[in-house]
Ligand binder design. Sequence first.
Ligand SMILES: [Zn+2]
Length: 597
Amino acid sequence: MKTDSGVSFKLVISFASLCLFLPFSTLAQSPSASPHSKSGLLQPFTYRDVKLAGGPMGVQAKEARDFYLNLSEDNLLHGFRKRAGLPTPGNPMGGWYDPEGFAGAHPFGQYVSALARMFANTGDSRYKEKVARLVHGFHETLAADGYFYSSEKVHKEWPNYLYDKNCIGMRDAFNLTGNKEALVVLKKMTDWAVTNLPRRRDEWYTLPENLYSCHALTGDSRYLQMAKEYDYSKEFYDPFANGGNAFTPKLHAYSHVNTLMSAAKTYEVTGDEKYFKALENAWTFLTTTQMYASGGWGPGERFVTPGQGKFAESIEKSDSHFETPCGAYANVNLDRYMLRFTGSPKYGDNMERVLLNGMLATLPMQPDGKTFYYSDYRSGTQKKYFRDLWPCCSGTFAQITADYPLDIYFHNENGIYVNLFANSTVQWEHRKQAVTLEQVTDFPETDTTTLTIRMRKPDRFTLNVRVPAWTSGAVTVKINSKIVKVENSPGSFLKIERSWSDGDKVQVTLPMAPHYEAIAPESPNVRALLYGPMLLVALTDKPVSLTENDARINVVKGSNKLPAFHTHDDKLTFLPIHKVKDERYTTYFTIGAGSGG
Ligand SMILES: [Zn+2]
């Protein structure tokens, strides 16, 4: 809901675990004037600095690494080689990837990009060697003028989209694996693109982000010029910067969240405050007028006009509520930029929401190219793969999972920020001393994380831990098994500043409780159930309609780490959506005093 002043509201309806119904509360979010900096109040880590070690994110990232490492290079290059008149060992990939498919070889650059990121993270030379073979094989297929498409069809229909993705692939191959041939390929493709790309047609929206980074990498002024030619200010960034909501049902949802990354990069490069204002307002409108409880958005890949009940209608009308790997990739990238610019933990909260209930709730990639594309929030539905093989989401699945190491920690000159709770280690240098932080946790199945510090000699720095807005009840902090009092509140970073020594252990417990969220302010009775950050779905093949009394939730802590969740009369059982496999489930419930249970 948007008012004339551009202030948005989100209704949050809560049930405490003791089954007390709490009345509606409104959270107003002011869209401006927070401290921020284009160089970042927080700094990111590199792929090399952070290692995942199991847990839901670590397991999914490892599965993805194994999957993309095993893709056949001959198959990936088949269409390019055929067009170039070269021998074509291997087989066509099928689906969207075929030269005459929906967008021939469109994720090729994304796969190369992800493999380069995987090498940067793991140091495993197999990824670097695969990148080198793919770059070389692709190079051999380039025409003399730099034309690079696998077919005339894809050149005509998706010229910018393909240049964009291949740019990312060659940029990351050079930047993250040191492959010099990738730079040659990038230059040749650009020789063709500068003259021939039809500006701002098809899906071009992230081009400025990549063109600015290609300029920084090469110093070639053509990238800078093109970045300006593709600027989306007039139609999209300016309305947000002026306090308006430019998310309209006419626009393709994923690419119009993705294009905010171009605004973020432009802000980072130019420092023009207009882009920051646009980002801040767009993020607020996205999260308060477009977002399901999962962190997903864009039913049928379109935005929804707020305030007209259309969001609640979308639940049964659509079976394609969120283009998940692509949308989550855009969302997490936006959150990461904003977290860096502002240091505000609300961006970490949002990142956690969409990673846990979006990406971690997907089905794994299949060797034949079956890909999880849409999250489905209809009543009694099941998770399923997309109808076509190798769609766009097979490209972003590779990239977002390869980027998990970038999402967990941030730092500044004063210390370290723990943004996500995931089994991992991070290394950084504090005042010329190498420091390692190891995080061990069963989150989100339990509410506790343990952080162990490794350093040669004691030194002072601040350990900041995100206290999510969902935190319910008192946060407990133990240092070396002793409870210490640390000031904190939900929706902040708690700060522990002291002299740390090798082996110091910090245990933080962030209590979770069941709470309901209304789908939209105008549909207060259509609600999803959450426990901490986890979206809980009802295991049923039917719509769920409950009275306020029936909707009370019992949390049963048994021998499993994850508690069991039931309505207090035991008629309905709930499971976090990221734990659902092939069970039928219902995500949104109608809850009202007058409806039967
Ligand atoms: Zn997609």
